[in-house]
Design a protein around this ligand. Structure first.
Ligand code: ADP
Length: 709
């Protein structure tokens, strides 16, 4: 047979190569090992068909990696759709959709197997009582892992010689844990029940549930999920990476009395594979997971929930640059099931679509317990005038002191990790990463200078004041922690940022010790702004609300608003009233003013106005096309050479401009703007196809980029 195969080679784009199967038994959807330009590569079989006359010789594949196709029809079509929509090579889409162990990729690891003994139908006459008793164990299960068999009857190998048992390798299968159901369903408020009634099952439609933090959105998700599961259908609950806390997992699993499937980036490849297979076999009804859970192999999906739908972690920041919301909408159409997007601060484009009636808008304007924390905005310019610290202003310090006295807890948010964020050498030059055009950060705990983009690290010993050849400034979470410890020597301080959570389960440990009040103050980056629901936290301090507002990116203000709104919804869930203190040099900024008063609609109007004036999304669509090369001139020439290929009256081109060098690569970007995304996508596909024939510079395309930094 002949096979059309997608191969892991970026220059092939969406082309397949033809091989012949030889004596191998191959079906479409299986992975094969093939030779291409004398290299062994992994491919994915797209089509199998009888040989047709060709004027060149067709090579035979080397090996078939699977017994069964690794993907079903729905997910294969999803990959094809993603390839078209995100303008990415098909092989990259297949790799993204499949869990690592099933990926058509050279470094995909083998599935873990264990040695088991299988009961054959051999003659049991003449066996000893012990042997018969041992064989009785096989009644329900036809196989037993060798390790267990050894413990049950150490002489079991005799039975292999007699042909009654046989040894084989079997995939390790996840064993569900028993979970006690605690049906703590609340009697819904009127507002909640109205919403529940408005969501129709067995129908592909998108709803936006817009409700302030603590308004009872999660309760609605759970009750909807309950109805769907009782009809024998499956449910997918998508959450941002950071919200998938043990508390959340507990809340869902005890409600359903089921060991729900959990899928997120901290699982290792084997764990992911086992969770994936549970869903594929239909062993589990509910999946709670982050971005990649959107690709689970459901048979009969009845509901998709996407909590905190505005969260940036839903967008993948490398090829294919897909957004989980688009994948969720696509799957809801395929499975004819509702998709509920939930948020206190929906993405502008989502809210705009809901206002237009594309999505159904469902609103929960009130908190269940009716109270919002008190919000105080602290003008850091005032502190500077009074020669006080603008890092920890007197008002914030008094607040922290007061809570510590009362044995209550405090969260402090600072959006910079590391110790010092800007370093200069003897010549007063900023010390930059050798691979990227960004300044290095000093990490005191590891005594190193680090690049937060490419991970470059160099050992360096310095101190707060700097040593002879380096002077540092800027405060990161490590320095804040140290500073606080000096001011409050008795306080127990925890820190949560990308550095302190690098190890497996570290995130969970830091949170648990804060939940159990083993720490008094938790310092952290935006990681701590979301998803935490701790009764004893009565003060949340935002150290510097301006860092994000000062960014030049088109979504910077939206992101700051989201963060402030989320943080303002955190404190004050328990019996004590909560307070939020926001330090800023821009107290009158509309993002701050609307966030502290929980006025999403006002913010929406303001921000949409700016977007309209500047022709930014949601008024226009954007496609970003970046050409990169180690040689700056080549990168720029590539982008420049591409421009004529896009000429189209419906598409505005901006650039090319040179961007910061990252990971040793110089980058040149063109931005396309237009009103009709389909036209823009079609044109870009066509242009790339033609352009790749004359220029081989690396190119990456981001349709609907969330950042233009
Ligand atoms: P959100 O997801 O909007 O932040 P939650 O669903 O987590 O809100 O609800 C906020 C709090 O109110 C939670 O502690 C939850 O247990 C409680 N809650 C939700 N719905 C009800 C209800 N109908 N009656 C009483 N308490 C409720």
């Amino acid at each position: 047979m002949y096979l059309d195969v997608y191969i892991e080679n970026s220059f092939l784009g969406n082309k397949t190569l033809t091989y012949q199967s030889g004596s191998h038994d191959v079906k479409a959807g299986m992975r094969v090992k093939v030779l291409m330009n004398n290299r062994e590569l992994i491919g994915f079989v797209n089509q199998v068909y009888p040989p047709i006359p060709m004027d060149y010789e067709i090579a035979e594949i080397i090996e078939v990696l699977d017994d069964e196709p690794v993907i079903n029809r729905e997910l294969f079509e999803l990959a094809e759709w993603m390839k078209d929509q995100t303008i990415a090579p098909m092989i990259r889409c297949l790799q993204t959709i499949l869990p690592n162990k099933l990926r058509p990729k050279s470094n995909a690891k083998r599935i873990k197997t264990q040695r088991v003994v299988r009961r054959l139908h051999g003659d049991v006459q003449g066996l000893t009582l012990t042997q018969k008793q041992f064989l009785d164990q096989f009644r329900t299960d036809t196989t037993i892992p060798v390790k267990e068999a050894q413990k049950m009857y150490s002489g079991f190998r005799n039975l292999i010689d007699k042909g009654i048992l046989a040894l084989e390798d079997q995939e390790v299968i996840y064993e569900s844990k028993p979970i006690v159901q605690q049906d703590a369903k609340y009697a819904l408020t009127d507002a909640q029940s109205d919403i529940l009634k408005r969501v129709h099952f067995n129908n592909a439609h998108t709803y936006l549930l817009h409700g302030v933090t603590g308004s009872g959105k999660t309760e609605i998700y759970l009750q909807l999920a309950h109805d769907v599961v009782s009809q024998g259908q499956q449910v997918l609950i998508l959450v941002p990476e950071i919200s998938l806390t043990p508390q959340m997992i507990d809340r869902v699993s005890t409600r359903f009395g089921e060991d729900v499937a959990i899928y997120h980036s901290a699982l290792n490849d084997q764990e992911k594979y086992e969770q994936y297979m549970r869903v594929k076999r239909g062993d589990v009804n509910i999946v709670v997971g982050t971005r990649s859970a959107a690709f689970m192999p459901f048979q009969n999906l009845g509901l998709i929930v996407m909590d905190e739908e505005h969260d940036s972690s839903y967008k993948q920041e490398n090829t294919p640059f897909y957004h989980t919301r688009d994948v969720a909408i696509h799957r809801s159409k395929y499975h004819k099931c509702p998709l509920v997007l939930g948020s206190a601060s929906p993405a502008l484009e989502t809210y705009a679509r809901a206002l237009k009636g594309v999505y159904t808008l469902l609103e929960l304007p009130e908190r269940v317990n009716q109270t919002f924390p008190k919000v105080t905005v602290i003008d850091t310019r005032q502190a500077l005038k009074n020669r006080a610290s603008h890092l920890l202003t007197p008002t914030l310090l008094d607040g922290i002191y007061d809570r510590l006295q009362k044995k209550q807890q405090v969260m402090l948010l600072l959006n910079r990790r590391g110790y010092m964020t800007l370093l200069k050498d003897v010549n007063n030059e900023v010390i930059q990463c050798p691979n990227c055009d960004v300044s290095l950060n000093y990490h005191k705990d590891e005594a190193s200078l680090k690049c937060h983009v490419c991970g470059y690290a160099a050992h360096h010993n310095t101190n707060t004041k700097g040593n002879q050849n380096i002077v540092g400034s800027g405060v990161g979470t490590q320095r804040l922690e140290e500073h606080l410890q000096a001011l409050f020597p008795q306080a127990r301080i925890g820190r949560m940022d990308a550095d302190s959570t690098r190890q497996k389960n570290a995130h969970e440990k830091i949170l648990n010790s804060f939940m159990n009040h083993e720490t008094d103050i938790l310092v952290g980056t935006q990681m701590i702004a979301k998803g935490l629901d701790i009764e004893n936290v009565t003060l949340v301090g935002i150290i510097n609300a301006d860092t994000a507002l000062a960014h030049t990116d088109y979504r910077a203000v939206e992101l700051s608003f989201e963060m402030l709104l989320q943080a303002s919804g955190r404190a004050g869930r328990g019996q004590y009233p909560g307070e939020v203190m926001i330090q800023t040099a821009n107290p009158e900024h509309y993002a701050i003013q609307t966030a502290i008063h929980q006025k999403y609609k006002h913010f929406f109007k303001f921000e949409m106005n700016y977007r309209q004036i500047a022709n930014y999304p949601p008024y226009r669509y954007l496609i970003s096309i970046i050409f990169s090369d180690e040689d700056a001139d080549k990168a720029f020439a590539a982008a420049n050479g591409f421009v004529p290929f896009i000429e189209d009256p419906q598409i505005q081109q901006i650039g090319p401009v040179m961007l910061r060098r990252l990971n040793r690569r110089h980058r040149s970007r063109i931005i396309l703007k237009g009103k009709d995304l389909d036209v823009m996508i079609a044109k870009t596909h066509q242009a790339l196809e033609l352009y790749k024939k004359i220029n081989r510079t690396g190119v990456s395309v981001d349709v609907n980029p969330l950042t233009l930094e």
